[in-house]
Design a protein around this ligand. Structure first.
Ligand SMILES: Nc1ncnc2c1ncn2[C@@H]1O[C@H](COP(=O)(O)OP(=O)(O)O)[C@@H](O)[C@H]1O
Ligand SMILES: [Mg+2]
Length: 309
């Protein structure tokens, strides 16, 4: 849905993006991660047709951002990192203004604004002045604004920045709801943990270079050929540990004080399936299998080798 192909960019002598390529498949929540100054905003502005790459190209829904920016804007909603909001209007007035700016037909404008307020949980606050909103509400209002023309693709620059934990959970729920509605969502963050429970795929940018991109599990697998899985057995026999150690792909096994078995194995999901089959074939009664999450945190630390905070 979004393709960034060999993009480079300079600000004067400063080479801010170096041959950056990644693809955001349709329907994903895709995280664009990197420390401040890495070049995230610059990249997102190119996708949003606000900046032209000096080299390479950017496509949204197959449309070239430089050749046909107006068509790209029809399918794309962009929330910049420091969006300005008019403070002295109500939420409803604010959204109606932008609905008009988007040239939505007068007859459907009110309905669209209602629907968007409903979706972003701002309906109850419709008559509240924008200046009286909390940071989390303002952030939701900014997202509401990007939804007015019902874009397929949402590009959100640091949507969770500065939110307290509760507002962040609400933000995550909203983003997941938007995904269920069929939107493709690209969001950036300089704080890894803001994204780790939301994204299915990521691209990690550091000093203008892409250091990793793709499915979170796949990146994890590449970087961690050895992984862990917890197996809980019903009434384990005395030789359970030996049987587990003999399972395919298993490198080591220990019994936890709480009775579960911690296995270290090499491989991906198929290895786990083989381990379970091995257990069942030997009469071990498997109650629960919990693979370690290859979470973003570990991937991030691995890929950036401690250069980032
Ligand atoms: N308009 C600009 N003019 C000059 N330098 C800029 C401009 N915008 C960004 N930069 C520089 O480009 C680099 C990348 O910035 P940016 O894309 O905002 O990074 P991020 O969003 O990852 O924090 C930074 O070193 C920043 O100072
Ligand atoms: Mg930025």
């Amino acid at each position: 849905m979004i393709r960034v192909e060999h993009v480079s960019h300079w600000f004067g002598p400063l080479h801010v993006l170096r041959d950056v390529s990644f693809t955001v498949p349709a329907g994903e929540i895709f995280g664009f991660i990197g420390p401040n100054g890495a070049g995230k905003t610059t990249t997102l502005r190119m996708i949003a047709t606000l900046l032209e790459p000096h080299d390479g190209r950017v496509l949204v829904d197959g449309i070239d951002c430089v050749d046909e920016p107006a068509r790209v804007r029809e399918v794309l909603g962009f929330m910049p990192d420091n969006f300005g909001v008019y403070e002295r209007v109500t939420i409803r007035e604010y959204l109606e203004f932008f609905a008009a700016a988007h040239d939505l037909p007068r007859s459907t404008r009110a309905r669209t604004v209602d629907a968007v307020m409903e979706l972003t949980d701002l309906g109850e606050l419709r008559d509240r002045l924008v200046r009286a909103l909390s940071k989390g509400m303002k952030q939701r209002l900014a997202i509401a604004r990007t939804l007015l023309h019902d874009p397929k693709v949402l590009v959100l620059d640091e949507p969770a920045n500065g939110l307290d934990p509760r507002a962040r959970i609400e933000m995550r729920d909203l983003i997941e709801e938007l995904q269920r509605l069929g939107k493709t969502i690209l969001l950036s963050s300089h704080i890894l943990t803001e994204l780790s429970d939301m994204c299915t795929s990521v691209a990690i940018l550091e000093k203008g270079r892409l250091v990793a991109s793709g499915d979170v599990g796949a990146i994890g697998e590449q970087l961690h050929p050895e992984r862990g899985v917890r197996v809980r057995l019903y009434a384990p026999p005395e030789d359970a540990l030996e049987l587990l150690r003999a399972a395919p792909a298993v490198l080591a096994a220990e019994r936890d004080p709480d009775g579960a078995y911690e296995l270290t194995y090499r491989g991906g999901d198929e290895a786990i399936a083989d381990i379970v089959a091995h257990c069942v074939a030997r009469g071990l009664r498997v109650v629960r299998v919990e693979p370690d999450r290859n979470d973003l945190e570990r991937i991030f630390l691995e890929v950036t080798k401690g250069e980032l905070q």
